[in-house]
Write a protein that binds this ligand. Structure first.
Ligand SMILES: [Zn+2]
Length: 40
């Protein structure tokens, strides 16, 4: 199983099927994106 993790808050954003354990980092999850937009 693979997971996609938010680079900013390290929350698990999404799961996907994979033969081995894989961790991918995304720049921002939707939550962090919202925070950035509010600050700008
Ligand atoms: Zn996040």
């Amino acid at each position: 199983m693979g997971i996609i993790v938010c680079q900013t808050c390290e929350a698990t954003v999404e799961h996907f099927e994979d033969e081995k354990v894989t961790t991918l980092y995304t720049k921002q999850c939707p939550h962090c994106k919202d925070v950035v937009i509010q600050e700008m």
